[in-house]
Design a protein around this ligand. Structure first.
Ligand code: DX5
Ligand code: ZN
Length: 215
């Protein structure tokens, strides 16, 4: 069964507690929390106080996706705010190995996200140290974008690389996930699916999560 991580980016922020409680009561496994800085991506979302507020009510792990430059500055702050998985972008890190060790030293699981243009091969020397790889199937920054189909083959290539390197990293995919793209990604070897607009814009978000979980 896939890990389902609904992205709060598309939730009703004026009612965030009830959105969090909906996820608590659903078949979802994690909370996907998108932090944007207006510099790494051309959009702003929310920061540490919101992550802390979500964490206060969340009964499932927080899967925090940092779309920010210089993530090293904030690692311990996100640990204190309640993050369980902390994912940084490969494209934002000059010293990725050091960043990954710092995430682990802070007591969190470490993830690396790859933009659509970044090949999976850049992770070959560090895969054994990772708990998660996040394949972006849209350009990061916004919910509701069209799925980039090349992500499916990228997942297959990453799966093979993970096996070759004896890594335990989970493969998560983010962007344009619905029942159809989700099924194709799982067939290619994905372990975890992020879904934002597909869940929160649905008439029945809980049922939509259940349907994704049943893929
Ligand atoms: C985009 C974010 C995603 C976003 C996905 O930069 O990383 O997590 O919420 O939204 P959908 O599922 O609507 O493509
Ligand atoms: Zn995300």
């Amino acid at each position: 069964m896939p890990i389902i991580s609904p992205s709060l980016l598309s939730c009703d922020f004026a009612n965030i507690q009830s959105e969090v409680e909906m996820i608590n009561a659903s078949d979802a496994d994690w909370f996907h929390v998108d932090v944007m800085d207006g510099s790494f991506v051309p959009n702003l979302s929310f920061g540490l106080p919101t992550v802390k507020a979500v964490s206060k009510h969340a009964k499932k792990p927080l899967d925090v996706h940092l779309m920010i430059v210089e993530p090293d500055k904030y690692i311990t702050h996100f640990a204190d705010a309640g993050a369980n998985y902390l994912t940084v972008h490969y494209e934002a890190c000059n010293h990725l190995h050091r960043t990954i060790q710092a995430i682990k030293d802070a007591g969190m699981k470490a993830g690396v996200a790859l933009n659509p243009h970044t090949p999976v091969s850049v992770l070959s020397e560090i895969l054994a140290d990772l708990d998660l790889v996040l394949i972006m199937s849209v350009n990061p920054g916004f919910g509701g974008q069209t799925f980039i189909k090349a992500a499916i083959e990228k997942v297959s290539r990453l799966k093979k690389l993970i096996q070759d390197k004896g890594s335990n990293a989970l493969i998560e995919v983010d962007g344009g996930v619905n029942l159809q793209t989700g099924a194709e990604l799982l067939a290619a070897g994905a372990d975890a699916l992020v879904a934002g607009s597909f869940v929160f814009k649905a008439d029945d978000p809980k049922k939509t999560i259940k349907d994704l979980k049943a893929l």
